[in-house]
Design a protein around this ligand. Structure first.
Ligand SMILES: *Cc1c(COP(=O)(O)O)cnc(C)c1O
Ligand code: SF4
Length: 383
């Protein structure tokens, strides 16, 4: 007989579920909560977007000039988080085109992280000694305007073919030094559960593979996709880490809370990789609030990425000091668990390099002069 576990827990009540825009008022809850419906009703045109928010002239012009290069796609759920009257709403900035996308700076590159160069077989980037990136889809529910992989995301001609998937699996099977596989894309959750299960089961059958991570933004943009069935499927292949991409506290809704709970209850560890974006999350208070919310959602802040050199995202890029300043305002001032690593994924394939505020004032022989988060100096002498 199943015993019901009674918990006294009001944490979920601190998260809100945003009201549905008028356009979808009459949609049944069943449809709204279905990821298939959410996928089918993605906003891809200005005509539909105009029914949800007050589109500005800039957004209209940017859409007209950019959508052939990089589609617009927004789930009704993600659109429901938008402020219809504020063009600087962080949800809008991440999903509706802006004119900045049309400007390509001289230092920007189509493939800034040289992911294609470090590809021994198509679909696998093997840069670090013991782990690989494995691309399994080129589709995402929402096309983030700041996407690093714009060059292939949203382009149907670059979809991962079965042959490529098999070649990738064969490469991973043959390379015994690989112990960690980052399943990426696009968004791996754009695959069916069956296809994902096939990939997970093939990887789990390899003796040298210890862990894998599923890198997905569906927790943020299409939480409906994270069904109980998906969570149960994943739980057969533990240890599974979920790496997600929340960028703003507004994205921490009750819907997101629920699917994080579902995955955590199914035994997944969830990490967050935030991208530092001008106007979205370039203030310490915003990142602190985001990270506090994530911890309540059982998600551990893992990385803050400096915005990379992808073409047409210059309007999002901040000076490196902005990221260092955020870390300066987190370390010591809040739980260490809420302090991620700030890294720059360096152009040309240098990989992720951490950038930290300097806490070492001086170091001579066995004497170290350090300063704490309040900038007070302390001495540590090695025996
Ligand atoms: C980010 C990345 C990884 C994973 O890096 P971690 O620091 O272990 O999270 C692996 N391979 C490539 C090519 C990457 O860009
Ligand atoms: S979810 Fe990730 S891969 Fe997809 S568009 Fe956004 S940033 Fe790019």
């Amino acid at each position: 007989m199943a015993t019901e576990i009674v918990t006294i827990n009001n944490v979920r009540d601190r998260f809100i579920s945003h009201p549905r825009p008028a356009l979808w008022k009459d949609v049944s809850d069943k449809d709204w909560n279905s990821w298939i419906w959410q996928q089918q009703k993605r906003i891809k045109s200005m005509e539909v977007l105009e029914k949800v928010i007050n589109v500005t002239d800039e957004e209209r012009e940017a859409f007209a000039k950019s959508h052939e290069m990089f589609n617009m796609g927004i789930t009704p759920y993600y659109a429901s988080l938008m402020d219809p009257n504020d063009p600087n709403c962080p949800i809008r900035l991440q999903s509706v085109p802006k004119l900045g996308e049309l400007t390509i700076l001289t230092d920007e590159l189509e493939d800034p992280l040289a992911e294609e160069r470090d590809m021994p077989v198509p679909g696998v980037t093997h840069r670090y000694p013991d782990r690989v990136l494995f691309y399994t889809s080129h589709n995402c529910p929402v096309y983030c305007r700041h996407c690093t992989r714009k060059r292939k995301v949203s382009d149907p001609s670059s979809a991962t073919q079965t042959k490529q998937l098999e070649e990738g699996l064969a490469y991973i099977a043959a390379h015994k030094e690989i112990r960690d596989v980052v399943i990426s894309g696009g968004d791996p959750l754009s695959n069916s559960d069956e296809r994902l299960e096939y990939i997970l089961s093939r990887l789990r059958a390899m003796e040298h593979i210890q862990v894998f991570r599923i890198g997905t933004r569906n927790l943020v943009t299409l939480p409906q996709r994270v069904t109980e069935q998906f969570a149960q499927m994943v739980s057969k292949y533990h240890p599974v880490y979920i790496h997600t991409h929340f960028n703003h506290p507004k994205e921490c809704t009750q819907e997101a809370f629920d699917v994080c709970a579902r995955l955590a209850n199914a035994g997944c560890m969830i990490n967050n990789q935030m991208v530092l974006l001008k106007g979205v999350n370039d203030k310490p208070e915003i990142v602190k609030e985001l990270n506090h919310r994530l911890l309540m959602m059982r998600v551990r802040p893992y990385y803050i990425f400096q915005c990379d050199m992808t073409q047409g995202i210059g309007h999002f890029r901040t000076p490196v000091e902005v990221g260092m300043n955020i870390i300066e305002h987190l370390r010591g001032w809040t739980s260490g668990m809420a302090v991620p690593h700030f890294v720059i994924d360096t152009p040309g394939g240098g990989g992720k390099i951490p950038v930290l505020p300097n806490y070492v004032v001086s170091h001579e022989g066995k004497q170290w002069i350090l300063r704490n988060y309040k900038k007070k100096q302390f001495e540590y002498n090695e025996p």
